[in-house]
Every structure is written in C-alpha cells, then in structure tokens.
Design a protein around this ligand. Structure first.
Ligand code: GLU
Length: 375
C-alpha cells in the first residue's frame, strides 16, 4: 500500500466542516464542546506554522429554527433568510472560539462567480493570500443570502475544493458524518470496507460514491468525490474523515481511520502547468537582462525591468514574457491591465503608488503566477 502522507508535511490546510457536525438541529445551536475541540486541533496546526482556512456550513441549519422554519426542504427565499440569520451566529461562534486561542479570524462569503470568473477569482485569491500573510484564519461559506438555485455551489464540499485550489492549499480535509469512502454502502452491507487511499478518481471510485445525502448536509459522497477531483487538479491532497468524535483532526494526524485522495502534483506545479499550458496569450512584455536574471533566480517580475508592452490585456490575463532578443522565456498572469502596466513600465516600486494613485502590488507578475520555459 502507498505510504500515507503525514499531516505535519502540509503547510496550507483547508478544513471543511459539515452542518450536521457543528449544529444541533433540534436546538438550532452550535455544538460548543465539539467546536472547541476542533478549534484546539486547528490551533495546533496554526501554531506549528501551517496556514489554516475553514470552510464552514451551518448557516441555514442555525438560522432555520430562529426564523421559525420547520425541518424539511426550504423555499429559496426562506433558505436565504435562514442563512442571513444563521451566518451571523456561525461567524460569531468561529471568531470567538479562535479568538480564545489568540487567533484572528475573518469572514469570507463567496458566490459561484467568485471562483469561476477569473478577475473575481484573482481578487478573492489575493484576499486569502493577504489573510494568510497576517496569519488570520478565514472562515468561509457560500453567500447563501444572494445565491440563487441556478448559480450556486449548493454544497460546501465542492466550494471547499475550489477554495483549496484558489488558495494553493496542499491539503483539504472534509469532516463529515462518515469515516470515508467505502467499497459498498456501509449502512446496508456489513462487509463494506473503508478505502484508505485513492490514488486516482476512476469511474469505479465514482460508482462507489452513490448519491445519498442526509437532511442537514447537502453533499453526499458524490460531491465529496467531485471535490477530490477538483482538489487533485489544483494540487491538493484530500482527506475524508469522520468528524463526529471530538478532535477529528488530531485523529487523522494519529493515523486514525479516514480516506486519503492523493494528487499527483503539488499546488505550485499544478498552477504553473496550467499557466504554461495557456492557449490564448493576450499580450507580451519584453524585459531587460537584469530582470531576466532575477526571474531565473525565482523572483517576481517588477515594472522596473520591463522595456516594452504589447497587447490590450486585462488584469489576470496570461501574457508572454520575452527577453531582449525577443525569445519567449516564460508566461504569467499579469497583475495590471495593459494601460496601467504601460504607465509604470520602467518605474521603480516607490514611484508606482504615486503614478497609479493607489497602493498596490509592486509586482507586474508575481512569481507564483509565472511559469518559466524549461532550459
Ligand atoms: N452553505 C450552507 C450553509 O451554510 C451549507 C451547504 C452544505 O451543507 O454543504 O448552511
């Protein structure tokens, strides 16, 4: 059997918490003891230097009773209202629990477009990166109060996987009310075996997922398998683990029962492969020899080293990077549109804020957004 990864090797971890774990539906209240134990686990990860991102469900489950809505399916407007009421309580529960462990948290509510449209994707990614730099823990949920049924994730499994890819996380942990993926339905088949490692999501693995979901958690095993696929493409490993017991992450760390879904690549190479494989380039920058040397040494591209700009590209577009001889030495996602890039071409970082009239990133192309050609 493939050696299982160790939790200690991961540096950016997204943890997804399902509603049924966090919310006592009968009382419409947070299961406080459970939350405290989980946050102890998260604080331990955070303390050893890992960036932690939480994707928490539970807004609708928390809000529905307060809003006087009985169990069963909700109409769209009712679930939006319940989410509005529940999200505020949910955020408070997380921020207080994290705060008690000296961890700053921030609420991030995403809609489908925030991960699917490139500009919005870049903005959200930038915010997550900034929060990570501040060592703050983002507590993320779908913005259910504005999401309509056609344009929403609907389940936080896939949302969490998109977040993992967006944040260049190397691990996604889905805490759920099952121990992992079984080769047969565990409720009906006493011989069902837990699958400890999935190297690749094959049609056979998909078939094992079935479709069932419980009342409080929208995602069944199927959305979890889809999440595994998204996470793998983004360079993150994924774990499905039983969250019902206290300290579920410490259990994974101690080798407890769970299912691992492995990715063949790491976040940076996956991202760079994606950038390097871009079919449609929207423009190009030519850079001087000094900048070319800096890039070869793993630095970002600064405006000072740019001698020429071509194309009407927008922020976030993929453009070519050329050397003085005109040869393409790499590609990258550009942080500014062509007009602004032209305004600051050749300028020092200190002049840029004055010229653009806004404090912004000094890099024209960040090194994480760049793929250099093999030499
Ligand atoms: N976003 C929903 C909520 O917070 C939950 C979605 C899910 O259960 O996956 O209530």
């Amino acid at each position: 059997m493939t050696a299982l990864p160790k939790l200690a090797q991961f540096s950016r971890v997204v943890v997804k918490v399902g509603s049924s774990l966090l919310v006592d539906a009968a009382k419409s209240a947070v299961k406080q003891e459970w939350l405290e134990a989980l946050v102890d686990d998260l604080a331990a990860l955070h303390k050893r230097g890992a960036d932690v991102l939480v994707v928490s469900s539970g807004a609708i489950a928390l809000g529905r009773r307060v809003a006087g809505l009985k169990s069963g399916p909700l109409k769209l407007e009712d679930s939006q209202a319940a989410a509005a009421i529940g999200q505020i309580a949910l955020a408070r529960a997380w921020s207080e629990a994290l705060h008690r462990r000296q961890i700053v948290s921030g609420q991030v509510l995403l809609t489908l477009q925030d991960t699917e449209e490139r500009r919005r994707y870049l903005n959200a990614r930038e915010t997550l990166a900034r929060l990570a730099a501040m060592r703050a823990v983002p507590v993320i949920n779908e913005n259910d109060t504005v999401a309509t049924s056609e344009i929403r994730y609907g389940d936080n499994d896939r949302l969490a996987a998109r977040v993992a890819a967006m944040a260049s996380a190397d691990l996604l942990i889905l805490l759920s009310d099952v121990a992992g993926l079984y080769d047969a339905p565990p409720e009906s088949d006493p011989n069902a075996k837990l699958i400890r490692v999935v190297e690749r999501v094959t049609p056979q693995i998909e078939a094992m997922a079935g479709g069932a979901a419980s009342e409080t958690s929208r995602g069944g095993m199927r959305t979890k398998i889809e999440a595994a696929r998204i996470a793998a493409a983004g360079g993150a490993h994924m774990v499905i683990a039983d969250g019902r017991l206290l300290h579920p992450i410490a259990r994974v760390s101690d080798g407890g029962e769970c299912s691992w879904f492995l990715t063949p690549s790491n976040p940076v190479t996956a991202r760079k492969a994606w950038i390097g494989g871009t079919l449609e380039l929207k423009g190009a920058v030519t850079i001087d020899a000094g900048a070319a040397r800096a890039l070869a040494n793993g630095k970002s591209l600064l405006p000072a080293g740019v001698t020429r700009i071509e194309g009407a590209f927008a922020r976030g577009d993929c453009i070519a990077i050329r050397n003085e001889q005109g040869a393409e030495i790499g590609r990258g996602l550009v942080a500014l549109d062509a007009l602004r890039a032209e305004q600051i071409r050749g300028r020092n970082s200190s002049e840029i804020e004055r010229i653009l009239g806004l404090p912004g990133r000094a890099e024209l192309i960040h090194r994480d957004d760049m793929a250099l050609a093999e030499r």
